[in-house]
Design a protein around this ligand. Structure first.
Ligand SMILES: [Zn+2]
Length: 451
């Protein structure tokens, strides 16, 4: 057999990859791999089909080429915890401690102004902001969460979107007796509908959900194979109050309820003592670090280097836009690295590469998707971003990890690709109408300010 017979279309007619992203420098974020200079990523059918030296192939007729000679190509960032639609309350209630911020400002505003329509537009704004700043996957928890799924679908982003569970009257669930059945209906409605967007449940906290509620939420989640999210030990007050009510610290309390396992994603974990950390480790609980929200609400500093040393999976997130006040994971990485140094008085406490791992590979592990996303490797989903480094504040670039964590911000992202589909090209949105989204959110915000 000649070559022509083994390749019926002939090697010159090979359609080649759908997309080539040509660097620059490629950070695969695969363990132990160094930055690759002058490399290019090939994408076919939504997945990475190869990583090659730049210029390996002249793009054929159907291959799209994104050439970024001064760009850094890396996996899309994974926001481990947020409340998308809270973009509506960005700057609405600042400079308050968590308890007063929630009770006096956020809960009443949510009760008055959240509807499927406002949650949809708030989520659209969040998707716009995340796309613009290089987040390709986000873990979300809120009310009317089906609207957040609709927004993520239109944006083309990947998400775990969780319906909020709380034992108080909540938006869309006026009677808390119906919160679990609403959660179950949400999972029934959205389970298995999308390969990119998984539904889940999100228990607000151990103080705002009863024993029965958290246990039932876990049972329902397990029935659908969905992870469960919860706010854990966010403030010292939460620990004190739970101790007073139950005699137990939050981690031990949840452990005795059978809540702790590898499908639990615990946001914050600020006030966790050594014994609790050990329990989290043995149970395989995944933790999300939210440094800016913890700083802004005066909650405290999570012992991230210690948790990582223990072998815990720790991702990184922004929290909602009312306690941050943005969804920019680059700013969050910068803060995470510096906060760890100032709290430990050790500049080696949390290094740039470690923080970038929290925002990529560790973020993927939160979702159990470490074999699908989080690194750039052949066979994985093509969730890829480009940071344009041809700007003064990223020049010169001695070390791309340092550049990304300590000098870049979300506005430096030029291209965003999810599942091989280009969502942002040269900073232009291909799936979202930014003017329309911001105009609608400004209208909603005017009604919120008007009371
Ligand atoms: Zn939160």
């Amino acid at each position: 057999l000649s070559e022509e017979h083994t390749h019926p279309t002939g090697p010159h007619d090979d359609p080649g990859p759908d997309l080539i992203i040509r660097g620059g420098v490629v950070l695969t974020m695969a363990p132990g791999e160094d930055p690759m200079e002058e490399a290019e990523i090939w994408v076919a059918d939504g997945r990475i089909s190869g990583i090659h030296p730049s210029g390996t192939r002249r793009p054929g007729g159907r291959t799209e080429l994104i050439a970024v000679p001064e760009g850094i190509i890396l996996p899309g960032l994974i926001n481990g915890h947020c409340h998308s639609a809270m973009t509506l309350f960005r700057g609405y209630a600042d400079d308050l401690p968590l308890r007063r911020w929630l009770a006096e400002r956020i809960f009443p505003a949510e009760a008055r102004f959240l509807s499927p329509d406002t949650v949809y537009w708030g989520s659209m704004l969040a998707c716009l902001e995340m796309t613009a700043s290089g987040t390709t996957t986000f873990l979300d928890g809120y009310f009317f969460e089906g609207e957040t799924i609709r927004a993520a679908e239109q944006a083309g982003l990947r998400a775990l979107a969780a319906q909020g569970i709380i034992d108080f009257p909540a938006p869309g669930i006026p009677d808390p007796a119906g919160n679990l059945s609403a959660g179950r209906m949400f999972l029934e409605e959205w389970h298995g509908r999308s390969g990119r967007i998984a539904p889940g449940l999100f228990c607000h906290s151990s103080l705002t959900c009863s024993e029965r509620t958290v246990q039932a939420a876990k049972e329902i989640s397990m029935a659908f194979g969905a992870p469960l999210q919860i706010h854990l030990s966010e403030t010292r007050g939460e620990v004190t109050e739970l101790l007073r009510k139950t005699g137990k610290r939050p981690v031990h309390y949840l452990d005795e309820l059978g809540m702790l396992d590898e499908s639990l994603i615990a946001a914050h974990a600020v006030h966790v003592d050594a014994a609790e950390m050990e329990v989290l480790r043995t149970r395989g609980v995944k933790v999300v670090h939210l440094p800016e929200s913890n700083m802004k609400l005066g909650s405290g500093i999570a012992a991230v280097p210690r948790m990582l040393d223990l072998g815990l999976t720790v991702g990184l997130g922004t929290d909602g836009c009312s306690s941050n006040n943005d969804l920019d994971m680059f700013r969050e990485m910068d803060t995470a690295a510096k906060l760890a140094k100032v709290s430990s008085l050790d500049p080696q406490g949390l290094k740039a590469r470690t923080v970038l791992e929290m925002a990529t590979v560790k973020g993927a592990a939160l979702l159990g998707l470490q074999d699908e996303i989080g690194t750039l490797e052949p066979g994985k989903r093509a969730d890829i971003i480009v940071v344009g480094a041809d700007v003064p504040h990223l020049c010169p670039m001695h070390d791309p990890f340092s550049a990304l964590v300590y000098a870049a911000d979300g506005a430096d992202v030029t291209h965003v690709i999810v599942d091989g589909r280009v969502l942002l090209r040269d900073r232009r949105f291909l799936t979202l109408d930014e003017d329309r989204i911001m105009a609608r959110v400004r209208e909603i915000a005017a009604t919120i300010r008007g009371g």
